[in-house]
Design a protein around this ligand. Structure first.
Ligand code: NAD
Length: 276
């Protein structure tokens, strides 16, 4: 099976499935997950400065033997690195740790103060060809409106918490209208709140001969969302990629959508104390 690409508004492409590496700090564990993912067909890795593993991600990619140009690498600008000069320096430091001279995607990790100045630095890096696509993460509608009102380039993607209990319907529609791709973090609900044990997911897993995790990932894919599930278990990394050989009926999509409870599992993007 091949992993499809989605296209940003600038024409660049992003594989619809990537590997998330949040909380994977151990060198051996990180390298095994990245190499397993590349072996089973992933070509997209989602890291961030704050994950503390960019160096290992870069090493694992080089050790895998897969060409850098065939891999889509995302990293993110952390909250205390905001500002025009600060963002440029933080970007360069990420490149140095990853051992590469460009990023496929660079995101503002959270909408901290000064994100407009950081975005202007990112626009320049984009025009210089050092970043192929620029985007944001954890932006609400009001943040996107503010950013678009004060800068030139509309973000190409917004990476936000999204799973059946928190589907982000309103933000999803807003982003669609502005050609901003939707990328889900925590697509599996971060292994929290027994999401994958919900009877409807277990029932659909049996119906399609898939696992609840695959059903949830397929639901995202059919909504046109980019997914970056995290696992350090080789069998699960493979399992999470086997979602492009079946499709859900409209009725089953709706059954999953009915799990919407408005329950955010992670931090709120309006948590000012965290963003300072
Ligand atoms: P996730 O939804 O991907 O859940 C990961 C957890 O789900 C694993 O630790 C494991 O417990 C479980 N799991 C994975 N595969 C499974 C399977 N096949 N069957 C059963 N259980 C399975 O949560 P996440 O890691 O928080 O999110 C994915 C990625 O998104 C991260 O690794 C990171 O790259 C990114 N992320 C970004 C932000 C942000 O603020 N931008 C925040 C959190 C995560």
């Amino acid at each position: 099976q091949t992993i499809p690409n989605l296209t940003f508004h600038n024409g660049a492409k992003i594989p619809q499935l990537g590997l998330g590496v949040f909380l994977v700090k151990d060198e051996a564990e990180l390298k095994t997950s990245v190499k397993t993912a590349l072996e089973v067909g992933y070509r997209h890795i989602d890291t961030a400065m704050i994950y503390g593993n960019e160096t290992y991600v870069g090493e694992a990619i080089r050790e895998s033997g897969v060409d850098r140009k065939d891999i889509f690498i995302t990293s993110k600008l952390w909250n205390y690195d905001h500002g025009y000069e600060e963002a440029k320096a933080a970007f360069q430091a990420s490149l140095d740790r990853l051992g590469t001279d460009y990023l496929d995607l660079y995101l503002i990790h959270w909408p901290s103060a000064k994100y407009i100045e950081s975005w202007k630095a990112m626009e320049e890096l984009y025009h210089e060809g050092k970043i192929k696509a620029i985007g944001v993460s954890n932006f609400q509608i009001h943040h996107l409106e503010d950013l678009m009102a004060h800068t030139d380039i509309v973000p190409m993607i917004n990476q936000i918490e999204t799973h059946p209990e928190f589907p982000q319907n309103e933000l999803h529609e807003f982003m669609k209208q502005h050609n901003i791709l939707h990328e889900a973090w925590g697509p599996l609900g971060q292994g929290k709140h027994h999401l994958l044990e919900q009877p409807v997911l277990v029932e659909l897993a049996e119906k399609y001969g898939k696992t609840p995790a695959q059903i949830v990932l397929r639901w995202h894919v059919e909504r046109g969302i980019v997914v970056i599930p995290k696992s350090v278990t080789p069998s699960r990394i493979k399992e999470n990629s086997e979602i492009f050989d079946f499709s859900l009926t409209q009725e089953d999509m709706e059954k999953i959508a009915a799990l919407n409870s408005g329950r955010r599992y992670g931090r709120s993007p309006d948590d000012q104390k965290f963003l300072e």
